[in-house]
Design a protein around this ligand. Structure first.
Ligand code: KG4
Length: 340
């Protein structure tokens, strides 16, 4: 039987990434991150597109080289269609289409969110791996999304609840910006939080029904509290940054876990995965482990390298779609907004 070799390409935000998967096993995953945005405290779309343009060819070359695969061996090219920044997406989408067309092989469009969920199926070797079985629940938390997803199959996912305003990562990044910390704030808050007291301060939690989330109230509450405290002590942030970080992280993790517990209770599904950039967070990872111990959840936490944007998750999704012959045509557009 012929090998299935998939090249995955991801360019939805500020990481240009390419990965090669052979018969479901990851051979390479190369990512070029863009430092250019740090000076601006956030991703500047125009600069992101330009950096993708510079990075995409070398990154794909590297991925093929590290995998020891020639382009003639590829079975298909999978690419992130969206959601993401339009200018960024267009670079990866256009490259992937041109590359696939030149090689005369199929192209596969991948929903970035589906990719984050299916990151749990990335295998680094042929061995047996503890992977979720269907159906399972997945908490997808990133800079752009906060969702509870019921995963019924590789290609069948239902969003049970999602944020009605900011995403969890966005809230962390914005609060960190208010504190004058660097960008992105997530990893910085994570590091500071480990030295702080999570009970030191309390911030507003949302009161909304169902499995939906809201983080804009927390952000405002954080901002106003800081403003009040700084009237008393202008160096309040400097004096208390560890406690502030720990309390903020604790509040966000609490909000996330509360709805997830409810979803587990209501569906009776106790296999629970976490995915997306914020799943790198140690507070959230610990909360998952505590829930596993306390409530008997079987939990799935991805490797750090597969939490943030990467092409390995796009390639593995492409691998599943290839088996379904779920190909797309060259007129498939990029979508900045697309749901699961
Ligand atoms: O999935 P991702 O790479 O892409 C986007 O959705 O854009 O997620 C990025 C988000 C950012 O908000 C970042 O601050 C957050 O994930 N993040 C973290 C940590 N590492 C990254 N948040 C909390 N703790 C972390 N260790």
């Amino acid at each position: 039987k012929k090998d299935i070799v998939i090249l995955g390409i991801e360019s939805s935000c500020d990481d240009t990434s390419a990965a090669v998967i052979r018969n479901g096993v990851l051979l390479s995953n190369v990512t070029a991150s863009q430092a250019v945005h740090e000076a601006y405290g956030g991703v500047v779309p125009e600069l992101a597109s330009r950096a993708h343009q510079q990075n995409v060819v070398p990154v794909v070359d590297q991925a093929l080289k590290r995998a020891g695969v020639t382009k003639e061996e590829l079975s298909a090219v999978a690419f992130t269609r969206g959601p993401g920044l339009m200018g960024s997406l267009l670079v990866g989408v256009s490259f992937a289409k041109g590359f696939a067309r030149a090689l005369g092989i199929p192209m596969i469009e991948v929903n970035h969110l589906q990719g984050h969920v299916l990151a749990h199926f990335i295998k680094e070797d042929e061995g047996d791996h503890d992977q979720p079985e269907f159906p399972f629940l997945c908490l997808l938390v990133s800079g752009g999304n906060s969702q509870i997803i019921l995963v019924k199959a590789y290609n069948d996912m239902e969003v049970l609840g999602q944020t009605i305003d900011d995403a969890a990562g966005e809230a962390i990044d914005k609060c960190s910006k208010v504190m004058g910390l660097g960008y992105p704030g997530g990893p910085i808050i994570d590091r500071l939080a480990r030295q702080g007291n999570p009970q030191a301060y309390s911030f507003a939690k949302p009161h909304i029904g169902g499995y939906d989330y809201s983080f804009s109230g927390l952000k405002t509450s954080f901002l106003y509290s800081l403003r009040d405290w700084m009237k008393e002590d202008p160096d309040f942030i400097e004096h208390h940054k560890e406690d502030l970080a720990a309390s903020l992280e604790h509040t966000i993790v609490d909000i996330l876990m509360k709805k997830l517990r409810q979803a587990v209770k209501d569906t009776g599904i106790r296999q629970v995965a976490v995915a997306g950039g914020v799943s790198a967070n140690n507070g959230l990872r610990n909360a998952f482990r505590e829930h596993a111990d306390k409530y008997g959840w079987k939990i799935f936490i991805p490797k750090f390298s597969y939490t943030t944007d990467n092409a390995a998750m796009i390639a593995i999704t492409g691998y599943f779609k290839y088996q379904d012959k779920d190909f797309c045509t060259i007129d498939m557009p990029a979508y900045s907004r697309v749901t699961l």
